[in-house]
Design a protein around this ligand. Structure first.
Ligand code: 5GP
Length: 189
């Protein structure tokens, strides 16, 4: 998506540890008109699919998923980062390794909001090592729902996530794929 690539070049900042900061339009301040273009592009790419629900993960995925959901006309469910210990039974749970915070956490979703009849599209801001997507995919599988695919805004293709997730036969559509990233800038591919 050329608009996104141009925006990354213009406003993206490369930080320590292979982190791309896009806080001025995606991860902190949110450019809603730009999110609409992202939402339309996800809809165009998944136009051939029946989707009943969008599933994302708190926090950065929520804004993008909500705007995208307007084009699919479906509800958004976001997986919560688990803080309570004794709620098993009513929730599906999986484990995610955080790329940006260097720790593990559980994510949960209420059984009430993921049903075996659901056809689920995952949406997230970044794909790096794939842990967030795999954690979400596990929630879908625990619910007996169908995983349609994953819409990612920025895939860091120099990390292993894309290969791992696609290797599990999950369809991944990334709107920008970064092949290389250094202090001199990004190269798409
Ligand atoms: P993964 O689970 O694929 O390793 O990492 C994906 C998650 O880590 C995303 O939900 C995103 O929030 C965060 N993330 C990974 N790489 C980056 C990055 O370069 N920049 C930002 N802002 N977030 C990232």
């Amino acid at each position: 998506m050329q608009l996104l690539k141009d925006r990354i070049i213009k406003d993206g900042k490369i930080a320590e540890g292979n982190i791309l900061k896009v806080d001025s339009f995606l991860n902190h301040q949110m450019d809603v008109a730009f999110f609409c273009e992202i939402g339309k592009e996800f809809k165009r790419r998944f136009a051939d699919c029946e989707i009943t629900k969008i599933l994302t993960i708190e926090a950065s995925g929520i804004g993008i998923a909500c705007i995208a959901a307007q084009y699919f006309d479906v509800p958004v469910v976001f997986a919560k980062k688990n803080k309570t210990k004794n709620i098993s039974g009513e929730v599906y749970k999986s484990r995610v390794d955080s790329f940006t915070h260097d720790k593990h956490y559980d994510i949960i979703v209420s059984k009430e909001f993921l049903l075996p009849s659901d056809k689920v599209l995952l949406i997230d801001d970044f794909l790096a090592n794939g842990s967030a997507l795999l954690g979400l995919a596990e929630l879908v599988s625990s619910a007996g729902a169908t995983l349609v695919g994953a819409g990612i805004v920025i895939e860091k293709a120099f990390q292993c996530g894309g290969e791992i997730v696609r290797g599990r036969d999950i369809r991944v559509e990334s709107l920008a794929r970064i092949k290389e990233m250094s202090k001199d800038g990004v190269i798409f591919g």
